[in-house]
Design a protein around this ligand. Structure first.
Ligand code: TYM
Length: 333
């Protein structure tokens, strides 16, 4: 059976980009029933940049609540926290010896995150993609749903799997497919259509947080930057209009439609008419999620129980794959 793996960092609040680009699709793939689905809070990735310890614990539990409130069912999927399954870090070490410096040097996320401060970045931030490859390959996952920004990392995962198989003369790790599908694989900032929506943007008006209330969601969408023209009826009409395109994509993703279908319905309308439609749709989909998140957050011991159970189930898969990897590499058991 094909197996899905994906992860999210518990490094602060969840945005609409995380929801439409990842969480909603995780729940959809789980419910389609064609895949075994495994989803992870990647706390070991989060600490590659500084995290306050108490805040990290809180964010990890809140992220778990976010997964469940978005429709990931811990009975149907394996839902767990990365550091509770030690085989991730163990396989990552082996992959640190497989990945080449030159490959990691080309990673755009590292360049963006390290910025001008490369010399002072953590070694973990540089080696981040080898840990991500281990996350995926310790399950022999075949499909990885992610947003557009993670494509390069999944491609590196394929390179690591191929080099491992080649160097050791085995056919052990699968060559994983990134699954970058749907209308919202790259949700853009509400203030600037050329920038990705991100939790690290200094302007809170640039993003919708999963914890925003209905008023905040409506006001952010009403104030979203747009151009003065009416919406086109054909998709080509959006090619030079990144802000309009972003709002249409968001609408399409919420409504499970294609952007073309949305334009058939709203082509010709002004933003003054379209934005309230979008706000209503967004509020109707997001409000139940944020209230479910706060409800779940009231019982921390229940969340911790779910995470422990998820880690136990994960280890049934990871322990034998790590043992086999060690044997292939020549590490004496
Ligand atoms: P992270 O935590 O930055 O983001 C989690 C997921 O949300 C997607 N995403 C977006 N999608 C559309 N539009 C946006 N504006 C937007 N912002 C974020 C991301 O593409 C991602 O799918 N390295 C990963 C975490 C990770 C992982 C893995 C993913 C660690 N191990 C193994 C898949 C498989 C990351 O930093 O995601």
């Amino acid at each position: 059976q094909p197996r899905v793996f994906s992860g999210i960092q518990p490094s602060g609040g969840l945005t609409l980009g995380n929801y439409l680009g990842a969480l909603k699709r995780f729940a959809d793939m789980q419910d389609e029933g064609n895949f075994e689905t495994i989803y992870c809070m990647v706390d070991l990735h989060a600490i590659t940049v500084w995290q306050d310890p108490e805040t990290l614990k809180r964010n990890t539990r809140e992220l778990c609540a976010g997964f469940i409130a978005s429709g990931v069912d811990p009975e149907k999927s394996i839902l767990f926290n990365q550091s509770q399954v030690p085989e991730h870090a163990q396989l990552a070490w082996v992959f640190n010896t497989v990945a080449r410096m030159g490959w990691l040097n080309r990673m755009t996320q590292f360049k963006d995150k390290a910025g001008k401060n490369r010399e002072n970045s953590s070694v973990g931030l540089f080696a981040y993609p080898a840990l991500m490859a281990a996350d995926i390959l310790i399950y022999h996952a075949t499909h990885v749903p992610v947003g557009e920004d993670q494509k390069q990392h999944v491609e590196l995962t394929r390179d690591i799997a191929a080099k491992f198989n080649h160097d050791y003369g085995v056919d052990f790790f699968p060559i994983t497919e990134p699954v970058i599908e749907g209308a919202a694989t790259r949700v853009m900032s509400l203030r600037d259509g050329s920038k990705k929506m991100s939790k690290s943007d200094p302007s809170d008006m640039s993003r919708i947080n999963l914890t925003d209330d209905a008023d905040a969601i409506a006001s952010k969408l009403r104030k979203a930057r747009t151009d003065p023209d009416a919406l086109p009826s054909e998709i080509e009409g959006l090619s030079e209009r990144p802000e309009a395109r972003n709002l249409i994509n968001i609408y399409a993703a919420f409504a499970d439609m294609t952007p073309e279908q949305v334009l058939e319905e709203v082509g010709g309308k002004q933003f003054s008419e379209f934005k309230p439609m979008l706000a209503d749709l967004a509020v109707s989909k997001l409000s139940p999620i944020s209230s479910e998140m706060s409800r779940l957050m009231q019982d921390q011991s229940e969340i911790d129980k779910i995470l422990r159970r998820g880690a136990e189930r994960a280890r049934e898969i990871t322990a034998p794959i790590l043992a086999k990897t060690y044997d292939i590499v020549g590490l004496v058991a």
